[in-house]
Design a protein around this ligand. Structure first.
Ligand code: PA5
Length: 467
């Protein structure tokens, strides 16, 4: 069984000297860690912790997903996800991790399913561009929104449903699959009225914790990914996280280390996969970490302005862009590498350029050895500069290891919420901008009208500051 591991040597004082974290510092958190573990484990499946049970309670749903996915593969040449935030980042990340890096460009016979597009923005040029490359008559649209009310997603629905009606008439509903809450919101009402195929996001599963329910599983299955293996990977990580010993529970250890880092002013976590397949896993993690932990108040209402800013960086690409800052800039960062031990391909570098010794020495090596060497080199440079780093090691990128990785990051976030004493499952900071947007658009609901009035009290912009 291939398990992912967390190597924290370069976080610890044993390696990093006085820049590192001592075992005594971790041991001093014993009480806090025990309480975090108790709360997380005791509340599994309850409240917003429904996501913890997803590896176990979806047998019938997985059967249905595979059945519907097969139908989509047989009948459509493109599959378009319309969603945003937690309703989009997981599908993007898993597709990038587990399918061909140029999946959409492959000829039909070499692809495991229809072309996949995940439209997670309302840039008007984006919708126009999508419509340039798909034939809506041969496309299935998966509208994903937990709340069933998100303006971005519902506006996309309006555009697509009207277009479909004009192109395929009464059959338009056969081109739409809704993934939404069992009862809340508008999408479920539309789905029932129009007869859309529907999947449910369980009530205790929030957007950014929803990748392992139909939100992520349906697009993955449509594109031929083994979703049962993903869930098995998640269950395997769950077992490891039941361990109360912080030195044996990777997510609890990770939460403890990041908590210590935050307390020492390391308020930025750079997540740096050395694999193109994992670059959108970094995006998915950024949302999970930022939206869950960036909170003004503790659960009892004390102001703390908690959180750690996640930054995505891609190895080796960003060695030539951001690494200078990480090595010599402010001491406010911790670097999390993601390393793949065995890539699915090997690229051999041929011999040549013998007249140039510092090019010729590469001949006969592989890109596999080169990327590993560069990751090691970067780790060493950070070490020399007294910068903390750690490595999540994936023996290989498979549905099983990706399931582990997703669950590991979700568990770490849940533990961190406990340690910081914040509600990891809400997002009150997103509301202000939502309400203000609706006010700008002239929505006449009471709270939007009041917000519109409040917005008028803001100081008028001065011309001298517009250059
Ligand atoms: O994590 C979250 O809850 C959010 O990021 C949501 O996923 C995002 O706002 C989209 O919401 P919805 O799925 O309700 O359209």
């Amino acid at each position: 069984m291939k398990r992912i591991t967390l190597n924290v040597n370069h976080m610890m004082a044993d390696t990093m000297g006085d820049k590192g974290i001592t075992r005594a510092r971790i041991d001093a958190m014993n009480g806090m860690l025990a309480a975090a573990q108790k709360n997380v484990q005791e509340n599994r499946g309850k409240g917003w912790q429904g996501w913890m049970e997803l590896p176990y309670n979806q047998a019938e749903i997985v059967d249905k997903i595979e059945r519907v996915a097969k139908g989509v593969r047989e009948n459509f040449e493109a599959f378009v996800v319309l969603g945003i935030g937690g309703s989009a980042l997981g599908p993007i990340a898993v597709q990038q991790a587990l399918n061909h890096l140029h999946y959409n460009e492959l000829p039909d016979e070499k692809r495991n399913g229809p072309r996949l597009y995940v439209e997670d923005n309302i840039d008007p040029e984006r919708m126009a561009a999508l419509l340039d490359v798909i034939d809506v008559k041969k496309t299935c649209f998966n509208i994903i929104t937990k709340s069933g009310a998100t303006a971005e997603t519902m506006s996309q629905y309006l555009i697509i449903s009207e277009l479909l009606k004009s192109k395929v008439g009464a059959d338009f509903s056969k081109h739409i699959i809704a993934t939404t809450d069992t009862e809340k919101g508008n999408l479920i009402k539309l789905a029932k009225a129009e007869g859309f195929e529907t999947f449910y996001i369980p009530s205790g599963v929030g957007g950014r914790f929803s990748e392992l329910c139909p939100v992520g599983l349906l697009p993955a299955a449509v594109c031929g990914i083994d979703i049962r293996a993903m869930l098995a990977g998640a269950a395997d990580m769950d077992e490891r996280c039941k361990n109360n010993n912080v030195y044996e529970n990777p997510a609890l250890m990770e939460a403890a280390l990041q908590f210590i880092c935050m307390n020492e002013g390391k308020n930025i976590q750079v997540i740096m996969p050395y694999a193109d397949s994992l670059k959108y896993m970094a995006d998915w993690f950024c949302q999970l970490w930022a939206e869950s932990l960036g909170k003004r108040e503790t659960r009892s209402g004390k102001t703390i302005n908690a959180g750690q800013t996640p930054v995505k960086s891609l190895g080796v690409t960003d060695q030539h862009s951001q690494l200078q800052l990480y090595n010599e800039g402010p001491l406010d960062k911790v670097i999390t590498f993601m390393k793949v031990e065995n890539f699915r391909k090997e690229t051999v570098i041929p011999h040549g350029c013998e007249q140039f010794s510092d090019v010729a020495f590469l001949g006969g090596m592989t890109h596999n050895t080169l990327i590993h060497a560069e990751e090691k080199g970067t780790e060493y440079a950070l070490y020399k500069n007294g910068r903390l780093s750690q490595t999540i090691v994936l023996p290989e990128v498979t549905p099983f290891t990706i399931g582990q990785l997703i669950y590991f990051m979700e568990m770490t976030t849940a533990y961190e919420g406990e340690l910081l004493d914040v509600d990891a499952y809400n997002q009150p900071g997103v509301e202000e901008s939502k309400i203000a947007t609706y006010a700008v658009l002239g929505n006449t609901g009471d709270k939007y009208r009041m917000k519109g009035e409040e917005m008028k009290t803001r100081p008028v912009e001065k011309k001298e500051y517009i250059l």
